[in-house]
Design a protein around this ligand. Structure first.
Ligand code: NAG
Ligand code: NAG
Ligand code: NAG
Ligand code: NAG
Ligand code: NAG
Ligand code: NAG
Ligand code: NAG
Ligand code: NAG
Ligand code: NAG
Ligand code: NAG
Ligand code: NAG
Ligand code: NAG
Length: 856
C-alpha cells in the first residue's frame, strides 16, 4: 500500500518541479526588453528617456555602449562602477496630506477665508450652537493635497487620491432671476417660497448662504423700447429696464431673501431672448456677490425665455466684446451693459470653471431644450423644469443640489505630454477598478471615494522649461485641488556642467556624461573628425545601404570610415568598407570551417582546387564514381549522378539502382539490350555502332572473348544474353559484376552463322532441269508413238497379206457406198405450170470407219 503512494508523490513532485522550472525559465524572457533599445542611445538624456536604461558616465569606461539595461546585461554593469551609473527612478513625495474632514461646520467658511465683507462672524455666532468662537478650520475633502513627483519618461507611477464630502459643507446659493414682465407671478411665488427654500436648504447643510440678483436686457433697441415713456414704464407695473442688478449678497441673513425678492420689481423688454448671459458673467466674477472660498457654489438661473449671446450685441450697435470682468456700480447695476457685447458660451464656461460654480438652469418647459444644449457646454451645469409660476422652485433646487453633490467628477489640466488616467471602483470597495473619472450615487455626506491615478510622461518636451509642470486635479464644482509638482526626469545632471572644449574631445567639443558633444563641424566619438559640411554625409559613408546599421553593427564610424572591431581570436578578422565581411562565419562541415578544404572570404568559402560546394566538402574529381579499370565518362554506370564523389543512383519506373556505382538493379530486368550493340561492335565489328562511335559509346566494358559463354555461377548475378543478328548469326554473351564491382562481359568468340547459298545458280539449275525433263518426256513420247506406229503397220501388213476378199469382188466387203438416193412420191409434175419437176437428192455420207481390230 505504501509503495504506490510514495511513487505517486514522487511523480507529482517531479511534475511540479518541471513546471516551475519552465515557468522560472520563461520569466526573464517575458519581462526583458530587446537589449538594443538601450544600446542604440548615444547620449545620456536619450538614454534615460528610454525606460529601464541606465547610463554609465565613468570617464574611463571603454566598453561601449554606455547606455545599457541593468537588469539583463550584467556585464557592463559590472564594469561600470556603481557611483558612475545614472539610473534615476520615479520619486513620489507627499508634501501635504491632511486628513479628510468629517464635518465642515458652520465656522469653516467665516472670517479669515472669506473674501467679501458681507456676512459677519457675529452672524454665525448667532445661528451657531456653540456660542464660543472656535478656531476656523480648513475643510478637507480631497487628499492628498500636494505631491511632488519625479517621473522618468514612459515609466508610469500610481498613487491614490480620495474624495469625501464633508458633513455640513458650506453652501452658497445665488438666485438669478429673469424679471421681465412675464415673470411677475414667479416673483411673487418665489418671495412666498423664500422661507421654505431657506429651511429646506438649512436642513441639508447648516452653513447655508443665499443671495439674489435679477436681469432684464440691455437697454438698447431692439432689445428694449427706448421710447421715453416706455423707458420709464414699459408696462403698468413695470420699473425702468436694466441689464443686471445685484440685489442681495450671499448672506446668512437668509430671511432677507423674501423681502428682497418682494422688493424687486418686474420690468419689460421687447424681444423674447433676455440678457441672462451678462447677468451670469457678473454674478460669477464680481466679488460683491460674496462667494466663499470654500463652499459648494450654486448659481440658480431662472427664466422662461432663451438668451442672447456673443454677437447679438451688433443688433444694438454694440461691437465691443465682453471682457469677462466685473463692472458693478455702487447701486449694484452692471455698468457696461450697453457698451459690451454679451459673453460667449465659452467665456461663461471658462469663468464658471475657474470659480468652480455649479449652474442650475431652472427654466420653463418651452425653452428647456435650448438650455439642455447649453448645459452640455458648461462644466458642472444642470437643467430643471420650472413650472410656469415657479411653484416647484424649492423641489427643483433640492433635487439638482442632491444630484450635483452625489456625483464626483475629477478634472485635470495636464498638458498633452503627460497622461493622467483615473481608475475607481467608486462606492464598491471590492468592485473592479474601472477607467473612470466620475463616480455617482454618493450619499450627501460621509462616503469616501478612492481614485487610483496613473500618471505617465509620454514624451519629454523639447523645451527644458516644460520639464517642470504643476498639474491640478480637482473635483468639478469644488474649490479643492490636488496639486502635483511634476518634475520630468528628462535630463542628466552631468549634462548640465560639461567641460567645454575638453582635451578628451580633441578640444572640439563639450565633454559631458562620459561622451563628447562635438562643436559644429566636428564629429566622431572624440570629435576628432572635421567636416566643412553636413555631418550626415559622413555618417552615411559608414552605413551599408543594405542594412542601414552603421558599420553593420560590428565597428565604429570614425571620421566617415568604419573601424571594425577586433576579435579575441586574432585569426578572426572583420573586414570590408562597412565591416560587412569576416573570415569566420562561413559554412562549416563537421565543425570545420569550409571543411578545411578552402578559405573563408567575406562569408563565402573559396575552395581549394579539387574541392567544391558551398562548404568545400565536395570533391571535384569524379574518379570515385566509376570503377578504376574503366576509361571514359560514364559515371555511376549511367544510372545515377556523381555528387560529391559519391554515386546517387536513379530510381526509375523499373526499379532502384544500387551499388557503389549504381551497377545493381535487382528489379530492373536484364541489361542485355543495352549491351548488345557494344558487344556486337567490339567483338564482331558489326551492328549500328560504327568506327569511332564504338570506342566513344562503349565505355562500360570491354568484352572478354569466350568459347561458349555459359552461366557458371548463378549467384554471382551472371546473366546470359542470347541474340541473333540480321545476318542470321547467333551469338551469346554473359555479363556480371566481379568481386570489385566491375562489369565483366564475356562474349562468344565467333558468331554461329549458317552456310551461304547461291540463289541464281539454284534457279538456273531448276530451270535447266525443268527443260531437260520436258525434252526427255517429249522424246519418250515420240519414241513410244513411233514404236506403236511401227507395230500397227506391221500388223496391217500382216493382215493384208492374210486377206482373200480382195480377189472375189474386187470390192471391199466392208466398203459401203457413201451416197443414198431417195424419191418424193407426191411429186407428179402437174398443177403448177411454172413448177419444174425436181428431184431431191439427199446425200448422206456416212463416214464409217471400222477399226480393223473391232472387226476381229
Ligand atoms: C494620505 O494620508 C492617508 C492617511 O491620512 C493615507 O491613507 C494616504 O495613503 C496618504 N496618501 C498618500 C498619497 O500618501
Ligand atoms: C429636514 O430633514 C428631516 C430628516 O431628514 C425631515 O424630517 C424634515 O422634514 C426636514 N425639514 C425640512 C424643512 O425639509
Ligand atoms: C437684512 O437683515 C438684517 C437683520 O437681520 C438687517 O440688519 C439688514 O439691514 C437686512 N438687509 C437688507 C438688505 O435688507
Ligand atoms: C479656492 O480656494 C483657495 C484657498 O483654498 C483660494 O486661494 C482660491 O482663490 C479659491 N479659488 C476660487 C476660484 O475661489
Ligand atoms: C413640455 O413640453 C413638451 C413638448 O414641448 C411636452 O411634450 C411635455 O408634456 C411638456 N411637459 C410639461 C411638464 O409640461
Ligand atoms: C467647457 O470647459 C470644459 C473644461 O475645460 C471643456 O472640456 C469644455 O469643452 C468646455 N466647453 C466648451 C463649449 O468650450
Ligand atoms: C403661485 O402663483 C400662482 C398665481 O400667482 C398661485 O395660483 C399659486 O398658488 C402660487 N403657488 C404657490 C406655491 O404659492
Ligand atoms: C494647472 O492649473 C494650475 C492652477 O491654475 C496652474 O498653476 C498650472 O500651471 C496649470 N498647469 C498646466 C499644465 O496648465
Ligand atoms: C552631402 O550629400 C549630398 C547628396 O549626396 C550632396 O548634395 C551634398 O553636397 C553633400 N554635402 C557635403 C558637405 O558633402
Ligand atoms: C547590397 O545587396 C546587393 C544585393 O544583395 C549586393 O549586390 C550589394 O553588393 C550589396 N551592397 C553592399 C554594399 O554590400
Ligand atoms: C539517371 O541518371 C542519369 C545521370 O544523371 C541521367 O542522365 C538520367 O536521365 C537518369 N535517368 C532517370 C530515369 O532518371
Ligand atoms: C553514341 O553516342 C552518341 C553520344 O554519346 C550518341 O549521339 C549516338 O546516338 C550514340 N550512337 C548510338 C548508335 O547509340
Amino acid at each position: 500500500m505504501d509503495v504506490p503512494s510514495t511513487k505517486h508523490i514522487l511523480t507529482n513532485c517531479l511534475i511540479v518541479s518541471v513546471i516551475s522550472t519552465i515557468v522560472i525559465a520563461q520569466i526573464p524572457q517575458r519581462y526583458s526588453l530587446p537589449p538594443n533599445v538601450c544600446t542604440l542611445k548615444e547620449t545620456c538624456h536619450e538614454c534615460i528617456q528610454t525606460p529601464s536604461c541606465s547610463w554609465c558616465f565613468d570617464p574611463d569606461y571603454i566598453n561601449s555602449p554606455r547606455c545599457f539595461q541593468p537588469s539583463t546585461s550584467l556585464q557592463p554593469n559590472a564594469l561600470c562602477p556603481e557611483e558612475y551609473v545614472f539610473n534615476p527612478d520615479n520619486v513620489l513625495s507627499v508634501i501635504e496630506n491632511l486628513t479628510l474632514s468629517e464635518t465642515g461646520g458652520i465656522y469653516a467658511g467665516s472670517g479669515s477665508i472669506e473674501e467679501s465683507g458681507s456676512g459677519t462672524f457675529s452672524g454665525s455666532v448667532n445661528s451657531g450652537s456653540g456660542g464660543i468662537p472656535e478656531v476656523p478650520k480648513r475643510i478637507v475633502q480631497v487628499s492628498p493635497q500636494r505631491l511632488h513627483l519625479k517621473l522618468r519618461a514612459r515609466q508610469s507611477d500610481r498613487f491614490t487620491m480620495s474624495y469625501k464630502q464633508a458633513q455640513d459643507y458650506p453652501l452658497d446659493l445665488y438666485y438669478l432671476m429673469d424679471l421681465s414682465s412675464s415673470m411677475h407671478d414667479d416673483k411673487e411665488n418665489l418671495s412666498k417660497l423664500g422661507n421654505k427654500l431657506v429651511l429646506t436648504m438649512k436642513n441639508l447643510t447648516s452653513d447655508f448662504r443665499l443671495g439674489f440678483g435679477s436681469f432684464v436686457d440691455k437697454v438698447v433697441m431692439p432689445y428694449v423700447s427706448t421710447l421715453k415713456q416706455k423707458l420709464q414704464h414699459p408696462c403698468e407695473i413695470c420699473v425702468a429696464p436694466y441689464g443686471f442688478r445685484h440685489h442681495m449678497s450671499l448672506s446668512i441673513n437668509t430671511h432677507n431673501f423674501s423681502t428682497e425678492v418682494d422688493r424687486a420689481q418686474v420690468s419689460g423688454n421687447l424681444d423674447a431672448p433676455e440678457g441672462g448671459f451678462d447677468a451670469i458673467m457678473q454674478a460669477v466674477v464680481c466679488p460683491e456677490i460674496g462667494w466663499r472660498l470654500q463652499a459648494r457654489r450654486l448659481l440658480v438661473f431662472s427664466t422662461d425665455a432663451s438668451f442672447h449671446y456673443a454677437g447679438d450685441g451688433k443688433l444694438g450697435g454694440i461691437v465691443k466684446p465682453n471682457d469677462g470682468e466685473c463692472h458693478m456700480d455702487n447701486n449694484g447695476y452692471y455698468s457696461q451693459s450697453i457698451y459690451q457685447d454679451y459673453p460667449s458660451i465659452e467665456q461663461i464656461n471658462l469663468s464658471i470653471r475657474k470659480k468652480s460654480i455649479n449652474a442650475i438652469f431652472a427654466v420653463t418647459n418651452s425653452t428647456i431644450s435650448i438650455y439642455r444644449e447649453l448645459a452640455k457646454s458648461i462644466e458642472g451645469a444642470s437643467v430643471g423644469v420650472l413650472e410656469g409660476d415657479s411653484s416647484n422652485i424649492v423641489d427643483l433646487i433640492v433635487e439638482q443640489y442632491k444630484k450635483i453633490s452625489s456625483t464626483v467628477s475629477l478634472k485635470h489640466n495636464a498638458s498633452s505630454a503627460v497622461s493622467l488616467k483615473f481608475f475607481s471602483s467608486c462606492l464598491n470597495p471590492d468592485g473592479i477598478l474601472l477607467n473612470t473619472n466620475e463616480c455617482s450615487g454618493l450619499r450627501v455626506v460621509g462616503d469616501t471615494v478612492d481614485f487610483k491615478v496613473e500618471i505617465e510622461v509620454l514624451k519629454c518636451p523639447k523645451n527644458p522649461k516644460d520639464h517642470f509642470q504643476t498639474i491640478q486635479i480637482r473635483p468639478v464644482g469644488i474649490n479643492e485641488t490636488l496639486i502635483i509638482d511634476l518634475e520630468m526626469l528628462c535630463e542628466c545632471p552631468c549634462e548640465k556642467n560639461g567641460q567645454r572644449n575638453s582635451p578628451r574631445c580633441s578640444s572640439a567639443g563639450t565633454y559631458k556624461c562620459g561622451v563628447c558633444d562635438c562643436n559644429p563641424g566636428a564629429f566622431g566619438t572624440k570629435c576628432e573628425c572635421h567636416t566643412g559640411g553636413d555631418i550626415r554625409n559622413v555618417t552615411m559613408n559608414c552605413i551599408n545601404p543594405n542594412t542601414t546599421v552603421e558599420c553593420s553593427g560590428r565597428g565604429d564610424c570614425v571620421c566617415g570610415h568604419c573601424v571594425c572591431r577586433e576579435r579575441p581570436n586574432k585569426l578572426e578578422m572583420i573586414t570590408g568598407k562597412f565591416c560587412e565581411c569576416d573570415n569566420f562565419s562561413c559554412e562549416r562541415h563537421n565543425g570545420k570551417l569550409c571543411s578545411d578544404h578552402g578559405e573563408c572570404i567575406c562569408g563565402k568559402c573559396q575552395c581549394n582546387p579539387g574541392w567544391k560546394g558551398s562548404n568545400c566538402a565536395c570533391q571535384d574529381s569524379t574518379d570515385s564514381c566509376k570503377p578504376a579499370t574503366l576509361k571514359g565518362d560514364t559515371l555511376c554506370s549511367g544510372a545515377g549522378t556523381c555528387e560529391c564523389g559519391v554515386c546517387v543512383c536513379n530510381v526509375t519506373d523499373n526499379g532502384r539502382f544500387t551499388g557503389k556505382f549504381c551497377e545493381k538493379c535487382p528489379t530492373c530486368g536484364d541489361r542485355c539490350l543495352e549491351f548488345k550493340d557494344c558487344v556486337r561492335c567490339q567483338q564482331y565489328k558489326t551492328g549500328p555502332l560504327k568506327g569511332n562511335e564504338c570506342g566513344s559509346n562503349c565505355t562500360l566494358f570491354i568484352p572478354v572473348p569466350a568459347k561458349e559463354p555459359v552461366v557458371a555461377n548463378e549467384e554471382n548475378g551472371e546473366v546470359l544474353c542470347h541474340y541473333e543478328d540480321e545476318e542470321g548469326c547467333r551469338f551469346n554473351f554473359i555479363y556480371f559484376y566481379d568481386e570489385k564491382q566491375v562489369l565483366v562481359v564475356k562474349a562468344q568468340e565467333q558468331r554461329d552463322c549458317p552456310p551461304t547459298v547461291h540463289i541464281p545458280a539454284i534457279i538456273l539449275g531448276v530451270i535447266a532441269a525443268v527443260v531437260l525433263i520436258g525434252l526427255a518426256i517429249l522424246l519418250l513420247w515420240k519414241l513410244l508413238t513411233t514404236i506403236h506406229d511401227r507395230r500397227e503397220f506391221a500388223r496391217f501388213e500382216k493382215e493384208k497379206m492374210m486377206a482373200k476378199w480382195d480377189t472375189i469382188n474386187g470390192e471391199n466387203p466392208i466398203y459401203k457406198q457413201a451416197t443414198s438416193t431417195f424419191k418424193n412420191p407426191t411429186y407428179s409434175g402437174k398443177g403448177n405450170p411454172c413448177a419444174q419437176k425436181r428431184d431431191f437428192t439427199y446425200t448422206v455420207s456416212i463416214l464409217n470407219y471400222l477399226d480393223q481390230s473391232s472387226v476381229d
